[in-house]
Design a protein around this ligand. Structure first.
Ligand code: NCD
Length: 320
């Protein structure tokens, strides 16, 4: 079993055995992060550049910390104040950075497909930190690791993804990953927040929370992504909470030991009850953040290995 990807652009490109390799290594980093010896020199001498064209707190901090723990030189560009504001195109920005010879480029962009496009223009490894409503692969991987550690396995589980599915790259990447690992995925939400072509996803769709949550092992809540909405998708936040907000009562319909997840940032009292989100017996939201660093360390470690192999093969003249 090997990981041969050149970039981490999406879950779509990953085989199940590559997902397992990545999660196994993430597990090791998660244990290591809990010990005192958090730092290694796996990426020593390598340069990681973070380019976030969209606001981010946890994902950017997590990638930054992961790179630093692996010994890379990490630089986060302030994209709000960059030449992009002066009208430079994405490709020009990428070419400029490429000329500085980074090894790893971590990119978040509001347009679906922008990170794929950029990856075609540079020589380094590119990691997608979220592109529009398309993919957010490291989020799905950290969710998978959290589930695997809590449930002891990552197959034959029943998982409900609830809320604003239509605007969510987190949901898309999770649906693909959980499907590839042979789990049963249910989507719960109002029809206005379901993406078109949902039938092709191989999932079950529910409009009613209590019905959809019945006997699930995992409840994954999503934020209402108002910044991606251009009209009235929900009647009011109050009504939304009433019908789709996760609270202790609705959770009684899931399995007794079902875990509660949320990628953050959370809107307490809109999609989830604040007390439930903080309940360490049910909620694994903090573990998700913790696993995020481990998964990003593993992803960058594996991509750096394939980058080194490619470079040494090129040095030997094996590759064109
Ligand atoms: C998610 C994102 O940016 O897609 N957040 C995250 O990365 N933790 C989800 C969201 O913004 O709601």
């Amino acid at each position: 079993m090997t990981f041969t990807q050149r970039h981490l652009l999406g879950i779509e490109q990953l085989r199940p055995d590559e997902i397992t390799v990545l999660l196994d290594l993430s597990d090791k980093y998660a244990d290591r992060n809990r010990s005192r010896a958090t730092s290694t020199d796996v990426l020593a001498g390598m340069t990681q550049i973070n380019m976030f064209f969209e606001n981010s707190t946890r994902t950017q901090a997590s990638f930054e910390l992961a790179g630093k723990r692996l010994g890379a030189d990490v630089m986060s560009m302030a994209m709000q104040a960059s030449s992009v504001k002066k009208g430079e195109t994405l490709v020009d920005t990428a070419m400029t950075l490429n000329a500085m010879r980074p090894d790893l480029l971590v990119v978040r962009h509001p347009h679906s497909g922008a990170v794929d496009l950029l990856s075609q223009k540079v020589d380094c490894a590119v990691l997608n930190a979220g592109d529009g409503r398309h993919e957010h692969p490291t989020q799905a991987l950290l969710d998978a690791l959290t589930i695997r550690r809590a449930k002891g396995r990552l197959h034959r589980l029943s998982i409900a993804i609830c809320g604003d599915i239509a605007h969510s790259r987190v949901a898309r990447s999770n649906i693909m990953l959980l499907g590839k690992m042979e789990n049963r995925v249910r989507l719960i939400g109002p029809p206005t927040l379901m993406p078109a072509g949902i039938a092709e996803f191989g999932v079950e769709v529910f409009e009613d929370m209590r019905e959809g949550l019945r006997d699930v092992d995992v409840v994954m809540m999503l934020r209402l992504q108002k910044e991606r909405m251009d009209g009235g998708f929900i009647p009011s936040e109050r009504e939304y909470y009433h019908r789709y907000g996760l609270d202790a009562e609705k959770l009684t319909h899931a399995k007794e030991d079902a875990i509660v997840m949320h990628p953050g940032p959370m809107n307490r009292g809109v999609e989830i009850d604040g007390t439930l989100a903080d309940d360490i017996n049910r909620s694994v939201i903090q573990e998700q953040v913790e696993m995020g660093v481990a998964v990003r360390m593993a992803a960058m470690d594996l991509l750096a290995r394939s980058l080194r192999e490619r470079r040494s093969a090129m040095d030997k003249g094996v590759m064109a």
